[in-house]
Ligand binder design. Structure first.
Ligand code: F6P
Length: 363
């Protein structure tokens, strides 16, 4: 088969591991393996398609652990599903995509994508025609339903926790708190997981209402009862506070300032998408790649590989529209974007509470 790999959306660590696994496993099985350069951008730009054919050394083994995507994901402002729909350019965009994919004479496409790309892929028969499409879930946000993990999440948790570990040392030296703003888009999973891992004293996520006055009480209580005047307050970028605007960490900072609590804000930003891929993500990369190739050889299409209670299997992408919390995409008619929000019975919430962490007003 002629199989192409495409990475889309925001990058994360683990993409190269997926690419190398797919390329090498595909070559060993006798397939011709291609990589689309720059995602949908590379398929729709003038002179498209932009792609490479893999041999065993195209993505050297020593680079397979590195963050980013060796194939690149395209310019953030470039024409993609969302921008095309927003500008009313869907038809020419779809036509360019289709033409480029046809020019590559592909039998199959593996899309390593997140929430947006995969939910859109489930509705794009007009673009892909007879090409088999299988998705591999990747995102640091963990906002995809139907899978227990996504490539890049564990590494992002590691990166963010390590960042906080470093801050704790300077926090102690200066008797101050650090308000760390995590990524995660609309979902609190990254903040919750990294917050528990780095022993944060408070974790604020969009799924759980919190009271700033109770956060302040909590910090003052630690200072008084434990004699500790430093620590981490982990804040998801998605939290909202009535009557406040601006960045999440800045909103909390204003409350701490009012209460005279010495502190600084910190923004790890895209370092959460960087860093050597954690071994756990590399293991999922290997398992997901193998399963994606099995799926293609079995004739599957419009399915997504996933981790399902310890087992790697596939599920119809269309199932996403019936799972978890879904919201209509603001730009694309008839397309839904699914979000897997942190649920109230997440075991990490009870572990955090058991340890005395303030996680909001969860009853
Ligand atoms: O979806 C991944 C993500 O890193 C989010 O957590 C974050 O809100 C966003 O992308 C950042 O986007 P950009 O790379 O365009 O700044």
């Amino acid at each position: 088969m002629r199989i192409a790999i495409m990475t889309t959306g925001g990058d994360c660590s683990g993409l190269n591991s997926v690419i190398r696994n797919l390329a090498v496993m595909g070559l060993i099985r006798g397939h011709k393996m291609f990589g689309i350069l720059d995602g949908t951008d590379g398929l729709t730009r003038a002179g498209a398609p932009h792609f490479v054919e893999f041999d065993y050394n195209t993505l050297p083994v020593e680079n397979a652990r590195l963050a980013g995507s060796w194939l690149q994901n395209g310019h953030s402002h470039a024409l993609n599903f969302q921008t095309a729909a927003k500008n009313g350019d869907t038809k020419p965009f779809n036509a360019k995509m289709k033409k480029s994919l046809e020019a590559m004479k592909l039998d199959a496409l593996v899309i390593v994508g997140g929430n947006g790309t995969l939910s859109i892929a489930g509705n794009s028969h007009a673009i892909y025609g007879n090409i088999q499409v299988v998705g591999i879930p990747k995102t640091i946000d963990m906002d995809l339903p139907l899978t227990d993990t996504t490539i890049g999440f564990v590494t992002a948790v590691q990166q963010l926790a390590s960042y906080c570990d470093q801050l704790l040392l300077t926090a102690r030296s200066h008797h101050r708190w650090f308000v760390v703003q995590s990524m995660g888009r609309d979902v609190g999973a990254l903040a919750l997981n990294a917050g528990v891992a780095c022993f944060a004293d408070a974790i604020l996520i969009p799924e759980i209402k919190f009271k700033p006055e109770n956060l302040i009480k909590h910090i003052k209580k630690i200072e008084k009862e434990q004699g500790r005047d430093y620590g981490i307050i982990m804040v998801s970028e998605a939290i909202k506070m009535r009557g406040h605007s601006g960045r999440a960490a800045d909103m909390i900072s204003r409350e701490l300032a009012k209460a005279d609590i010495p502190h600084r804000t910190a923004f790890p930003e895209h370092t959460q998408r960087a860093g050597d891929t954690a071994a756990c993500d590399r293991l999922f990369a290997a398992r997901f790649a193998e399963r994606a190739l099995d799926a293609l050889e079995n004739g599957e299409t419009y399915t997504m590989v996933r981790l399902d209670s310890g087992i790697v299997n596939t599920v119809a992408i269309s199932e996403m529209f019936h799972a978890g919390e879904i919201a209509p995409d603001p730009y694309i008619k008839d397309v839904f974007v699914s979000n897997a929000f942190v649920s109230g019975d997440d075991p990490l919430l009870s572990a955090a509470i058991a340890r005395g962490t303030y996680i909001g007003e969860l009853k």
